[in-house]
Write a protein that binds this ligand. Structure first.
Ligand SMILES: [Zn+2]
Length: 189
């Protein structure tokens, strides 16, 4: 069983903090479920060898550079997620900060080199707990080293098959049912 602990929740108070705690509880329950473990282990797509997508594309001027990322098996991806990021085994420690600004449709972000998950206030207050949990697992995947291309414009596979996005979508599909995303996977119809 993997525990998730909030070690820092800057700017979160009252109802916002309560929603954060509920989202974390939902996330903890879901990643420990057999359904989630099976979804990660069975992950399969119809393209690119059928695995998670371990490529990062960055646009530099007019050129798009492609970086090959370290590859992991499905089992290794699951183990890395459940192992956690703290000195204790199977413990995830999260630092979070609510941001008062606004960046349109962007729910939040993590700066490179930092492990704090930033989330915009308007989303903290309004998004469903499922979406909140999915946002947190996406950023947590970055914390433990998984990456994706900077834009889906020059990497069409990013949004469905990179580890952070695929895990995010898997969580939504488990919690909301199969219509939760437009991504096609062979392991979860
Ligand atoms: Zn991301």
């Amino acid at each position: 069983m993997t525990k998730i602990e909030i070690v820092q929740a800057e700017n979160y108070q009252g109802e916002d903090l309560e929603r954060l705690k509920q989202a974390i509880q939902l996330l903890e329950n879901t990643i420990n479920s057999d359904e989630f473990k099976k979804a990660v282990i069975d992950f399969k797509t119809h393209i690119d060898g059928g695995t998670f997508h371990f490529i990062r594309k960055e646009k530099k001027g007019l050129r798009i550079r492609t970086f090959k990322l370290k590859r992991y098996t499905n089992t290794e991806v699951l183990e890395k997620i459940l192992k956690g990021n703290s000195q204790f085994k199977n413990k995830i420690e999260l630092k979070l900060k609510m941001e008062f600004g606004d960046d349109g449709d962007v729910v939040g972000y993590k700066k490179s080199g930092s492990s704090t998950i930033h989330t915009y206030e308007k989303f903290v207050k309004n998004m469903t707990l499922t979406r909140f949990a999915a946002h947190i697992i996406h950023e947590y995947c970055h914390i433990i080293g998984f990456e994706h291309s900077s834009s889906s414009k020059h990497d069409k596979l990013r949004d469905c098959y990179s580890v952070p996005y695929a895990i995010h979508k898997m969580l939504k599909k488990i919690l909301l049912g199969s219509n939760a995303s437009s991504c096609q996977y062979l392991h979860m119809k």
